[in-house]
Design a protein around this ligand. Structure first.
Ligand code: SF4
Ligand code: SF4
Length: 297
């Protein structure tokens, strides 16, 4: 079922309360009847992007560019994380918040850094880890750290359960969400075994002076209350040509984070996968993450 049919059925079932008010401005109706992003032609995409830019300008009083760059040919993105280097400083968490215009109040974080005590059971027992550690200095003695974020699964269960197909896997492997198409049912959150998806329970807020004005339709453009969001490997950066690294890769002070094209046999990410002790999280679920943990030391 697509979103239009879903809304039609739902609206009939609940007496039309899901429709905008009769006297809503034209842009509200336009947004409500906006086509599914994957079915828009270039002209339709351009019109939607122009409308969004106008709306953002009105709301934030600054120009926010919304790109709709398509996937680059012959590219499949992969991510590497060196567990022997990560010191648990959480700089990646906050660089991601800034880059991706995540809500500051209420707070939304795409990356969670888990702390484990050496010798304790870990990979099989993520729930036992400490997410809220607060030592004077990192790394805390006898502890190690494991950042977790969207694993950009090759077989993403979040996509499979979405009743409106508001979320899908792009040809470059990035799992995206069309925020305007998401109905906020949160089935995808229940299906994701990595806790990677976040729901906007309230209107997201960001201080205007902190807004990143370089955005992508499928990534860090300002979100709305009631939609689900997640890491997109910084789609607004990596799809530039030449592409840029995701913000978390750029900020990491110890070089624990690696990123590149899995289809390029010369890339660093391929070298790591082929030469290091590598594992993927919850591999037994057959989600086939494109996020590889490894030990370089
Ligand atoms: S910035 Fe690097 S070292 Fe710090 S928590 Fe993130 S991955 Fe670990
Ligand atoms: S980690 Fe979760 S949100 Fe990301 S693709 Fe896999 S199932 Fe979907």
């Amino acid at each position: 079922m697509n979103r239009r049919n879903f809304l039609k059925t739902a609206a009939l079932g609940v007496g039309g309360i899901l429709l905008p008010a009769k006297d809503s401005p034209a842009s509200v109706w336009e947004a409500f009847f906006q086509k599914y992003y994957r079915e828009m032609n270039d002209k339709e995409k351009k019109d939607v992007v122009a409308r969004l830019e106008r709306e953002y300008e009105e709301k934030y009083k600054k120009h926010i560019r919304v790109k709709s760059a398509a996937p680059l040919p012959k590219v499949l993105y992969g991510y590497g994380l060196d567990l022997s280097r990560c010191v648990g400083c959480r700089r990646c968490v906050y660089a991601c918040v800034t880059e991706n215009n995540q809500s500051r109040n209420p707070q939304i974080h795409y990356i969670t850094v888990l702390q484990f005590k050496q010798g304790e059971k870990w990979v099989s027992d993520l729930e036992e880890s400490n997410k809220y550690y607060n030592p004077e200095e990192v790394p805390a003695p006898e502890h190690f750290y494991m950042p977790v974020q969207c694993q950009q699964c090759e077989r993403p269960p979040c996509v499979k359960v979405c009743p409106t197909q508001a979320t899908w896997k792009e040809p470059d492997g990035i799992v995206v969400v069309d925020y305007n198409w998401c109905i906020g049912c949160r089935y995808c959150m229940a299906a994701c075994p990595y806790g990677a998806r976040k729901f906007n329970w309230a209107e997201p807020t960001i201080p205007v002076e902190e807004i990143n004005t370089e955005t992508h339709y499928l990534g860090n453009r300002p979100r709305i209350k009631g939609c689900v969001e997640k890491c997109t490997f910084c789609i607004q950066r990596v799809r530039e040509n030449p592409g840029r690294y995701p913000a978390c890769v750029e900020i990491c002070p110890v070089g624990a984070r690696k990123f590149g094209n899995l289809l390029d046999p010369e890339s660093e990410i391929r070298m790591l996968i082929e030469t290091k002790r590598v594992f993927r999280l919850k591999e037994e679920l057959n989600t086939q993450p494109k996020f590889y943990y490894f030990f370089s030391l």
